[in-house]
Ligand binder design. Structure first.
Ligand SMILES: [Zn+2]
Length: 136
């Protein structure tokens, strides 16, 4: 019997399902539950926020813990090989993130960073979003 390296049907389905509940979609779902309107990948705003509402003056970035270096998070690992490459890349990502937030804040936006790992705890995440978005 030859080993099949391709994905089984259920593995494929798993991928699809995972895609359907990506961190970004989870955040969008919570916002909808909260009755908050928003647009996604807003190119017309600095840093092209993942989620934003120009009128309500908020912008949300949904960050992968690994790429954007969520401090103290178990997902924020550093590959042992090519460490210099990775550290340079991570530093650039962090710098870019800071610059985006700064620019948005200057334009009067509330900027919220949602970490990928936070989307695993929807209740907690909802409280965080309520705290930031409903507190005016
Ligand atoms: Zn994290």
């Amino acid at each position: 019997m030859t080993r099949n390296k391709g994905m089984t049907r259920s593995e494929l389905m798993g991928r699809v399902r995972q895609k359907g509940t990506s961190p970004e979609l989870r955040v969008q779902g919570i916002l909808r539950e909260m009755g908050i309107r928003f647009r996604t990948n807003v190119r017309t705003l600095p840093g092209r926020p993942d989620i934003a509402n120009r009128t309500k003056r908020f912008a949300i970035f949904v960050h992968g813990c690994f790429w954007h270096r969520h401090r103290g998070c178990g997902r924020t690992t550093t590959p042992k090989t090519n460490a210099v490459f990775w550290l340079t890349k991570f530093a650039a990502n962090i710098e870019r993130d800071k610059a985006k937030s700064r620019e948005l804040r200057r334009s009067g936006f509330k900027v919220v960073t949602v970490w990928e790992c936070e989307t695993r705890h929807p209740d907690r995440l909802r409280r965080k979003l309520e705290r930031v978005l409903w507190n005016n």
